[in-house]
Design a protein around this ligand. Structure first.
Ligand code: FAD
Length: 307
């Protein structure tokens, strides 16, 4: 019940100001967003890659309002890619990008987002890695898939995300699996209306398994974005039945969530990629993490009261 309320708060400027200014927020935020600058995050990248993990990096920020901010977001990714290249870490670390941060919601936003994301995809390819386009709310997805298709003409490794809670996703999965894409499947983190999305956990989980089967049986590279132990074992079983080798799919989890499981799967020989967010504009990302697990909210509120 709390999840939708927190997700609604994630869109509120008033709540953004209140929560961002709370004295203890930072220490709770750090669990999920372990740095604000490239210099903060590089030691974490080195540590995680040193433990046999791969990463996908999210420079947080999604509610931009000007083309200048969109260009700054692009430049932040380009700086990160430069620094990774200097350290020779390019191949282990890909980028996750929210097109809203690249200007998708502004006037002429589709073209603007494409123009901003292309140099990031080019720079990533130049150091031997790639970019995955995150999935945001359902109104943005036609544009995201069109940009994905456009980028794949020159950079076929470009990935995208699909969300099991949306009714449209089974059809999207069939199209993407046949086209041989890299596709991350997640349950979905936004507040979506009943006209477009399943609302019950059980229905979402069932849809996840149906879509996962399509991806595993298809010609693409499935990326299983979930912390759910049941879905992780089902994924292993579906991969086995589809005759996929360990390097023909991968698991992905968020930084700060079930970290022991990241290491366990990697030790079993799986490709395990940790989605690691950093930056100063962390509010939307942080609120979605609170919404996914009410215990996180209780911990956050307790830490404010006990201060
Ligand atoms: P759940 O049933 O929610 O969780 C299973 C278990 O995992 C829980 O019981 C708990 O132990 C643990 N857990 C899950 N979430 C949390 C949390 N926040 N804090 C503490 N423990 C937790 N969503 C999008 O809409 N678009 C995206 O582009 C996107 N990219 C993602 C990338 C990755 C790599 C991952 C892992 C998730 C991404 N998500 C994205 C979020 C996703 O949609 C879900 O909201 C999130 O993963 C929680 O679902 P779950 O599959 O882990 O299952």
């Amino acid at each position: 019940m709390l999840g939708p309320v927190i997700l609604a708060a994630s869109r509120s400027d008033r709540m953004r100001r209140l929560i961002s200014a709370a004295p203890v927020t930072k220490q709770v935020v750090d669990r999920f967003i372990p740095g604000e600058t490239v210099d903060d995050i590089l030691p974490i990248i080195k540590d995680l890659t040193g433990r046999g993990l791969e990463l996908t990096m999210d420079v947080v920020g999604e509610d931009i309002t000007t083309p200048e901010q969109a260009a700054a977001a692009r430049d932040a990714y380009l700086t990160l890619i430069d620094r990774l290249s200097e350290l020779g870490l390019g191949e282990r670390v890909e980028m996750s990008v929210k097109l809203s941060m690249f200007g998708q919601a502004l006037d002429g936003g589709h073209e603007l987002a494409l123009a901003n994301v292309r140099p990031v995809v080019e720079a990533a390819a130049a150091i031997g890695t790639t970019v995955t386009l995150d999935a945001e709310d359902h109104t943005t997805l036609d544009s995201m898939f069109a940009i994905h298709e456009e980028l794949r003409k020159d950079f076929p490794q470009t990935g995208c995300v699909i969300q099991a809670y949306l009714f449209r996703t089974e059809a999207d999965a069939r199209r993407l699996a046949a086209a041989g894409s890299r596709v991350r499947l997640v349950k979905g983190a936004y507040k979506e209306p009943a006209e477009v999305a399943y609302q019950q956990k059980q229905e979402i989980d069932k849809a996840y398994v149906r879509v996962l089967r399509t991806l595993m049986e298809g010609e693409g590279y499935p990326m299983i974005g979930s912390h759910d132990p049941r879905l992780i074992s089902i994924a292993q079983e579906l991969a086995r039945r589809a005759g996929r080798k360990l390097d023909e799919y991968e698991f992905q989890m968020l930084y700060g969530i079930r970290s022991d499981e990241h290491l366990r799967l990697a030790a079993e020989g799986h490709r395990m990629r940790v989605y690691t967010a950093y930056g100063t504009d962390w509010y939307g990302y942080f609120m979605r993490r609170l919404a996914e697990k009410p215990a996180n909210l209780r911990f956050f509120l307790r830490s404010m009261v006990s201060k």
